[in-house]
Design a protein around this ligand. Sequence first.
Ligand code: CDP
Ligand code: MG
Length: 680
Amino acid sequence: MPQDPDHPPAKRFKPGSPFFRLDKKPGMLLPRKGNASVPIDVQRKNLPIYQAKSQLINQLRQLHSAVLIGETGSGKTTQIPQYLYEAAIGRQGLVAVTQPRRVAAISLASRVAEEKKTQLGKLVGYTVRFEDVTSSETKLKFMTDGMLLREAIGDPLLLRYTVVVLDEAHERTVHTDVLFGVVKSAQRKRREQNKVPLKVIVMSATMDVDLFSQYFNKCPVLYLEGRQHPINIFYTKLPQSDYLQAALVSIFQIHQEAPASHDILVFMTGQEEIEALARTCRDIAKHLPDNCGPMMVIPLYASLPPAQQLRVFQPAPKGCRKVILSTNIAETSITISGIKFVIDTGMVKAKRFNPESGLEVLAVQRVSKAQAWQRAGRAGREASGSVYRLYTEEEFDNLLPMTVPEIQRCNLASVMLQLLALGIPDVMNFDFMSKPSPEAMRTALDQLDLLGAVEKKDEELVLTPLGKKMASFPLEPRYAKAILLSPDFQCSEEVLTIVSLLSVDTVLYNPPARREECLAARRKFTTSEGDHLTLLNIYRAFKKVNANKEWCRENFVNSRNMGMVGEVRSQLREICLKLSMKLESCGADTGRVRRCLAHGLFMNAAELQPDGSYTALDTHQSVAIHPSSVLFQGKPAYVVFNELLHTSKCYMRDLCLVDADWLVEAAPEYFRRKLRPTKS
Ligand code: CDP
Ligand code: MG
């Protein structure tokens, strides 16, 4: 495991050398021999974990709880479930393996099914939000942590499962943190009630696992012998003001100097910047001089369609270098072979939270030291490698040692709603591994109260009938509320569509090379009512032409994601029907839809100021309309928005025009306090 003192003294490099004359195109590409030629059974036996197999099985058979540590790529996630199955441990029920990310759950399930030589969905399956690929035969079930949490609402003792593997525990996502508590309590209650015991295996790629072991009654920690090769660490001489430019220069510097079979992994912060850099790299790579081979640039981020994600595992053709531009997803949850160079921008996009206001902001920020080491480690998986840190050694020294668990920096409204739905009596004293601040918990409960989801009964906080219904949707409380209120405004069909559109990856396709064409096509659907209604117009037009692919192409609409919207929508609709809701369409009267959205999103409202800027009504902080919004040019007096993104400014994304009256009507008490006196 990489630790500060064990690393070789850092060398220094300075990105910034200008590169290349642009002239020649790459020639024909031939496939390079990759891992694919090694039979899969042999690949399994070559994994570091294989050495410890029998020992592991013996220990896991005896233990109720265990923590397992091993370097990323040692085989924990793919092998442990199979070892348990082969040793008939917990065969009476299912083995659940939780993942923080849906992509990881899907790709791991596919891989394990392949290793087991069965069809996905039979012995090995997966369950992620809006998608369930399991059957009555399924014994090994990969799932997102959020899905297991959802199942716990109907089955708090998790009786279907005999083993729960909490994987990627070091990531400390909110859902994993809540699951720790839920699983621990299920385990204890099953013991007390003499039910089939529940085995809990916590898996982590980092060493700091004392907390996990403490929490699970001081359970043993099993270490897997790592296979980490030495890594050269390079820092920049000077702080970089533009990490993207620094990354670009570093990529081509390496590309110019290193053998083509040495792949590069670049850690960046998000989809937009990854796609932009990918385009730039491809453009430059088209015009490289003779002495430079071709380059295959592959983006990797969580919302990429699974089929495209699988591309990162495919070896590049011979003589061609693979350059993977990834979010922190490749830090631990996805292992890619062939990586010799890591470029670490030192940045990550993560949630930040203001506990007083309950407003959550996505912001690009510095990684922790633990994350930086994890990123560096990706370069030394198969042989020695190098990491280029696009920051100075001094900047590294000033990083936080550990990433703060998400539960301590996010809005807890969903968590609190789920805990209450699980029937946990005293949520403020829930057995969290790392307790969120009391203010953050209280703010979340206040928000649920504002949404009408909770009430006091005999001094105890419980869900209202509306709150219970809200918990039955796999959605954030505010969207669930909008759906539940939609019958009052006779616009359920529309609100269902909008929430579904917001639940999948964007249906808008924005190729930068055809920007003008794309804007012209989009103008047909744009409305001054805002982004939600513009999306609704696109969906309606899409339906009118019967999901015609040609239409999608002409209108820059991603037809695959549109297909997903349809699926999500019918699932949400089913939940509505189970709740006996009357589902109507408002037709052309879309004001109803906006009024309904105001009732769900009123806590994210902003008001135009005399100077043309906006102020968030909740925090009174200054916010701006994101340039991607259809309202960017306009100056509506009041808007509600989906989220805040903090980059150069604090931007509101996905906006909907609303009336001040609707906000007041949604939460009279709250707005009496928030709105400026002249407006009320
Ligand atoms: O969980 P851990 O990081 O210890 O390793 P793993 O996910 O079980 O991966 C072990 C190996 O399986 C990787 O090094 C890959 O070679 C392979 N694998 C794969 O080919 N495709 C996947 N979707 C997942 C793993
Ligand atoms: Mg793993």
